[in-house]
Structures are given as structure tokens and as C-alpha cells.
Design a binder for this molecule. Structure first.
Ligand code: SF4
Length: 505
């Protein structure tokens, strides 16, 4: 059930023990939008509001959302309002094997063949998309990244040289968004740009993280800056106790189904509430990863003790968390009682084509895919394995497992699955008849070259823990993809039909 409220919002602060920039402290005054935006403003704030603007004093500041605060710090402004265009300093620029070569080409064309990147410690290069393939152009892309990393003495290049055995490449990580988190590049209060639309994943850390194109990335490589329009914020309050059959994937599919694939276009999507407070960092990543499927500019979860604990030992870079002020202005607020929600899927061919899993029980499937930045993290596999172990049954359709990173792959072979008598995920999956966990990469999430592992080369029906189900996304343009949680994917694997996980949990 959802309740949609307009402004104002009573509270959004999450306490933490970290020092805040005095320039970002809460202020009792707030301004809702700029005059140019007023006509279309859903809040319909009055013209008098601007006439009373405290900004004329030159010293009184607005309350701000977390996203506005991060961008204010990064642009060295005391305050910002949605719609302003500001030059923002990047803390991290990430690019991968698909967009890296294009980005490097633009950088060299615009800044010169001998130009140096603005900061060799802030450019992160992660080959992850088309890795385990014989495709020469795909392999060449990784070579270009390697040559550039050497030339520029890039500090963070997660290289892979031996494609025959990913374990022989200790530097190789796997899917960029999960690798960024695991390697400590996602830090509260910072700005992360990446040449990949799911860069928004890092909003889980209270970071402003968004996907950009190669041209913008080439510009950042040379200057460390980018011109950004400050997005207004939609706030999603997720309260209540999560039922044991629900996962974060169900929540974000629920939300996208509610607001549509265009419902958050160029908006920040902020997630708060008791259900979010109780989430792990991987849950929060699942939420933020998919904000772009609603058109969102970025997702953001206020950093808290869960965040700080996750970051322990991962970074030595000091960071400065922010949270929305109590009086901050949100464009709209959505409230969910998660205890009332049911497992959902996104039916072909759009992430907002929401349906209840139980209502799709007659949909016969050909395969199941568990992987990607959205659904290939350690906890995703633990959830799938737990359901399979509880059932004691074997899969009825080919079930492909693609860990996002080397660390996730290792976890599959070392961590015990809850309630599985000490068995690891790998052991549970093997017993259930799944395919052996593959080498970490994006694999079939994006289709890729025809020899990509688990690519949909035929017009089959797949239940997948990935994030997009557009025609052709996983290969064949006539294939049908049902996006689902790891629980729903595992339950569907056991029956050969789209299946509500409550049948097994
Ligand atoms: S796993 Fe899929 S969605 Fe994630 S970065 Fe790779 S191709 Fe993109």
C-alpha cells in the first residue's frame, strides 16, 4: 500500500557521530523552487515565498536535502536549490571496458595526445563487461584500458590478463559497481561519476553517484569537474518490518511499478525509514542500483553506522557524511508499509511492468539467471541458496549463477548458508543441480558477444535477478525476461514457472 504526500516532510535526519561541515548545517528557512520553475512546480509554492527569501540577507541559508548538500560541498557553494547549474568537483571517475576506450579517445582529442589525467588516484578503471569472450574487439577494449593505465600511472586499474583463469588475476575484480563498493571507492558525502548508468548504485553509501556519457567523462579526465544541474529530491519512506519472503529487489520493483520508468526523471531518489535503517549495505545497493530504471539522476541513503561498519578497513580516505535537514524541501514523498508488500516481478519488457509473482504462476520459463550488479552480490546468492536448501528440491530449468566479483565468487565457496547444515552456496547449488558458478563479470546481463556465458541466444523465457528486461537486453530480441528477487528466481528455478517464494519459505 502506498500513500503519497506532498510537502512538507516532518523529518529525515539519521543520527551519526560524524562531524558536519558548518556550512551545511540545518536552517529553519526553506525555499521550494526557483521562479523559472514555479509554473510547473507540483508544490505550487506562492510567489510571496520568493519575496520573503532569506537569501537577500546574504547570510541565511536554506535547509537542504542530502543530495543538495553533497553537490554544495563539491561546488564550494554554501547552499544550492534544485535547478541550479553548478561546476562540481569529482571525487572519483570510473570507466570500464565498454566506455573507457571512447572516453580516452575524447580525452586525448580535446586535451592532447600527451595530456595527463587530472588525478591519477581518482580515475578508476574496471574491465568487467565483455571479458570472457573470444571477440577481438572486446579484448582490444581491455588492452586499451591497460595501455592507458600504464601511460597515466593510474593507481586503481583492476586488470585481467589471463582470460583462461580469472583466479590467476589477483587484481581483477568483476562488475564495476560492486567492485567500487568492495574496494572502498564509495564514500559518504562524495561525488562519483561513472560511464555506466548503474553508477547510481553507490548512492547506498550516501554518495552522489550518477552515470555520465563518454564526452562528459573525457572532460572530467582532463579537468576533474563537470557542470551539473541540481536535481530536486523525491523521498521514499519505507517503514515496517520486512516479511521474511521479501528482499530489497521486491521493494525497488514495487516502487518503479508505482512511479513508472519516467517517474523520477532527473530526480534524486532518497530512501529512508525503519525498513531502510534495518537494511544491509547490499540491500541498500539493490535499492539505489535501480533508481535509473525510474529515470532517477541518483539514489541516496543517508550514511549510518551500517555504512561506517562496511567501510571499516576498505578506505583510509576521510569522508564527510551528510543527511537531509529536517526542514528540507522534497518534491514529493512516498510512503510504504513494507510489511504489507508481496513478492513482485517486472514482466517483459519494462522494469515498471509490475506484477505479483503469484499472479504469474502460469508463466512457464526456460531458464533462471542469478547475477549482475543488482542481483549477483553475496547476499543475493545466500538468499537463493537458502531457499533451495530449505526446499530440498532440484531445479527444473537450467540455472546460471554469475557472481559479481571475485570476492563474491570466493564467498560462494566459503560462507555457510543459513539453515543449510554448514553447506556453502556452491555446495547447495551443486546439490540442487544448478550450473557451476561462472567467472565474475557482467556476463549475460547485457547480452554481449554471442559466446558470452548464459547469453540468451534463443527466444526463451528467463527469470533474472538483473535490472533491465528491454527487448534484446540479454541477447535474443524476442526473449522474455522477468526481473525478480533472488528468492523468486530460486523458487522459479525449482518449479520451472514464475513462482512466489512463499511456496518454499
Ligand atoms: S551487471 Fe549488468 S547492469 Fe550491472 S554494470 Fe554490468 S551490464 Fe550493467
Amino acid at each position: 500500500m502506498i500513500i503519497i504526500l506532498l510537502l512538507p516532510s516532518p523529518s529525515s535526519c539519521h543520527g551519526h557521530g560524524w562531524r558536519r561541515d558548518p556550512s551545511l548545517l540545518p536552517n529553519p528557512f526553506s525555499q521550494l523552487c526557483e521562479p523559472s520553475e514555479r509554473a510547473s512546480c507540483p508544490q505550487q509554492c506562492s510567489p510571496e515565498h520568493t519575496q520573503r527569501s532569506p537569501a537577500s540577507s546574504g547570510s541565511v541559508k536554506h535547509a537542504m536535502t542530502a543530495t543538495e548538500k553533497i553537490l554544495a560541498r563539491a561546488s564550494e557553494k554554501g547552499q544550492l536549490v534544485p535547478g541550479e547549474n553548478v561546476w562540481v568537483k569529482a571525487d572519483i571517475l570510473m570507466t570500464h571496458d565498454v566506455c573507457g576506450p571512447g572516453t580516452i579517445g575524447i580525452f586525448k582529442k580535446e586535451f592532447g595526445q600527451n595530456a595527463k589525467v587530472w588525478d591519477r588516484e581518482k580515475v578508476v578503471l574496471i574491465p568487467d563487461h565483455y571479458i570472457f569472450t573470444a571477440d577481438e574487439r572486446a579484448n582490444r577494449n581491455v588492452d586499451i584500458l591497460r595501455e592507458f593505465a600504464l601511460e597515466q600511472d593510474i593507481k586503481y586499474f583492476y586488470d585481467i590478463k589471463d582470460l583462461s583463469n580469472f583466479k590467476a588475476n589477483p587484481d581483477y575484480k568483476g562488475v564495476c559497481h560492486v567492485a567500487l563498493a568492495q574496494e572502498g571507492h564509495c564514500r559518504p558525502g562524495e561525488v562519483l561519476f561513472g560511464t555506466d548508468s548503474h553508477t547510481c548504485n553507490a548512492g547506498a553509501f550516501g554518495q552522489f553517484a550518477t552515470g555520465i556519457g563518454n564526452t562528459d567523462a573525457g572532460f572530467i579526465m582532463g579537468t576533474g569537474k563537470l557542470l551539473i544541474k541540481v536535481p530536486p529530491t523525491l523521498r521514499f519512506v519505507l517503514d515496517g518490518e520486512m516479511p521474511k519472503h521479501l528482499l530489497a529487489k521486491d521493494l525497488i520493483l514495487q516502487i518503479i511499478g508505482e512511479i513508472s520508468v519516467a517517474g523520477a526523471t532527473y530526480r534524486a531518489m532518497e530512501f529512508v525509514g525503519t525498513a531502510v535503517d534495518a537494511m544491509t549495505m547490499e540491500d541498500r545497493m539493490t535499492l539505489c542500483n535501480m533508481v535509473v530504471e525510474a529515470g532517477g539522476k541518483n539514489g541516496v541513503v543517508p550514511a549510518d553506522s551500517t555504512t561506517f561498519k562496511y567501510l571499516e578497513g576498505k578506505t583510509t580516505v576521510p569522508y564527510q557524511p551528510v543527511a537531509s535537514d529536517a526542514e528540507a524541501s522534497f518534491l514529493q514523498e512516498y510512503r510504504f508499509d513494507v510489511s504489507k508488500l508481496e513478492p513482485v516481478v517486472a514482466k517483459p519488457h519494462s522494469p515498471d511492468n509490475r506484477g505479483l509473482a503469484r499472479e504469474c504462476k502460469d508463466v512457464k520459463i526456460d531458464r533462471v539467471y542469478i547475477g549482475s550488479c543488482t542481483g549477483g552480490k553475496t547476499e543475493d546468492f545466500l538468499a537463493a541458496a537458502q531457499l533451495m536448501a530449505t526446499s530440498g528440491q532440484t531445479v527444473k530449468v537450467p540455472t546460471f549463477l554469475v557472481p559479481a566479483t571475485q570476492k563474491v565468487w570466493l564467498d560462494l565457496y566459503t560462507l555457510p548458508v543459513p539453515g543449510a547444515d554448514g553447506m556453502t552456496c556452491a555446495e547447495v547449488f551443486s546439490k540442487a543441480g544448478c550450473d557451476t558458478p561462472a567467472a565474475p563479470s557482467c556476463a549475460a546481463c547485457l547480452g554481449g558477444p554471442r559466446d558470452t556465458y548464459a547469453r540468451m541466444n534463443e527466444a526463451q523465457v528467463c527469470v533474472s535477478t538483473t535490472n533491465r528486461n528491454f527487448p534484446g537486453r540479454m541477447g535474443n530480441k524476442d526473449a522474455q525476461i522477468y526481473l525478480a528477487s533472488p528468492y523468486t528466481a530460486a523458487a522459479s528455478a525449482l518449479t520451472g514457472f514464475v513462482t512466489d517464494p512463499r511456496e518454499f519459505l
